[in-house]
Design a protein around this ligand. Structure first.
Ligand SMILES: [Zn+2]
Length: 327
């Protein structure tokens, strides 16, 4: 599913509004122009009938058809020049009365003449998806390009270099539509969130939808849907996104309070996504044994068996960054 339906709806509405606003503003300008220079209106009326006249001549046919059509074309060119002269003489800009679209390439439709998506629409969808992903703030600060290895020392640096390569390969594979699952394991401050953000940014920019949420918040959403939503409540489901997005990033698994309900939710999300071949990235600060204490063997074996495990090592880079910045 390229982009979430939420982003597509928002952006489509925005484009429709932009286009209408530009055209309404143009009509207002045109009315000013016509009232100041009435001859321009007469010219516009004549110009608007040119297409129909050419069509009628074509229908009539005859041996002198080309000559007759050329005559109409010359007349149209003369009208256009005369119009430009009148507009300039009245002191108006040449494009007075024309819609001023934000994107002249697609005229704010989002698509070019051949029906290909315009760059501006792609950018708008990516931005909407950034916001929708739940990590727009992170993405703007942390991506692959500014992931620095200088805070890792010796063998840790080699391992982190490898993690960076694997994270990029993971993002590329997901962006290409492959189903991949990755588990980031390691204590806090080792760059798991930074690389998650880099992956999210890269995947979203390729045109896919991403949802990023902490395990705690994800379980709160499931709990709300299960226990707090009143019967007949038609508000959109808070949990559909966990199943629908192309890539689901669950952060900080293992620090939440776990119980039978959270176990069932987690298994449901992981299993449903594996069955429907949708990618996941899960990061956890706890070790395998601790995960086993919180979640049953069935879930942990899914995590270890179906996920590519990526171990984060070294000292807390936030501490290292502070030390280096002080030097
Ligand atoms: Zn455009």
């Amino acid at each position: 599913m390229p982009y979430s339906s939420e982003s597509v709806t928002k952006v489509t509405e925005l484009y429709a509004k932009k286009k209408v606003a530009a055209e309404v503003a143009a009509e207002v300008e045109k009315a000013q122009l016509y009232s100041a220079v009435p001859d321009v209106k007469k010219i516009d009326n004549r110009l608007s009938s040119i297409g129909l006249r050419i069509f009628k001549e074509s229908m009539r046919g005859g041996s002198d058809l080309c000559g007759r059509i050329d005559k109409i074309r010359v007349e149209a060119e003369e009208l256009v020049s005369e119009r430009a002269r009148l507009v300039a003489a009245a002191g108006f800009d040449a494009d007075m009365g024309e819609p001023k679209y934000e994107c002249p390439l697609c005229k704010d439709t989002g698509y070019d003449k051949n029906g290909k998506m315009c760059k501006c629409l792609h950018r708008a969808l990516v931005d909407a998806e950034f916001k929708n992903s739940g990590m727009s703030g992170l993405i703007s600060k942390q991506d692959f390009d500014n992931f620095s290895l200088e805070y890792y020392i010796g063998v840790d640096r080699t391992k982190m270099e490898n993690n960076l390569i694997r994270a990029k390969a993971f993002a590329t594979a997901v962006a290409e539509g492959q189903c991949r699952n990755m588990l980031f394991m390691g204590t806090t401050g080792l760059g798991k969130t930074h690389l998650s953000s880099g992956i999210a940014k890269s995947v979203i920019e390729s045109g896919c939808s991403v949802i990023y949420e902490s395990a705690q918040n994800m379980f709160s959403d499931f709990s709300y849907e299960r226990f707090n939503k009143s019967f007949g409540d038609k508000t959109p489901s808070k949990t559909d996104k966990y199943f629908e997005c192309d890539l689901l990033i669950i952060d900080d698994l293992g620090t939440e309070v776990s119980n039978q309900f959270t176990s069932a939710c987690l298994y449901n999300v992981i299993n449903t996504r594996i069955v429907s071949e949708k990618s996941m990235l899960i990061s956890t600060n706890v070790r395998r044994n601790e995960l086993l204490e919180q979640y049953n063997e069935r879930i942990v074996s899914r995590l270890i068996g179906e996920f590519e495990v990526c171990a984060f090592v070294g000292k807390d880079v936030r501490g290292e960054k502070l030390k280096m910045n002080k030097k």
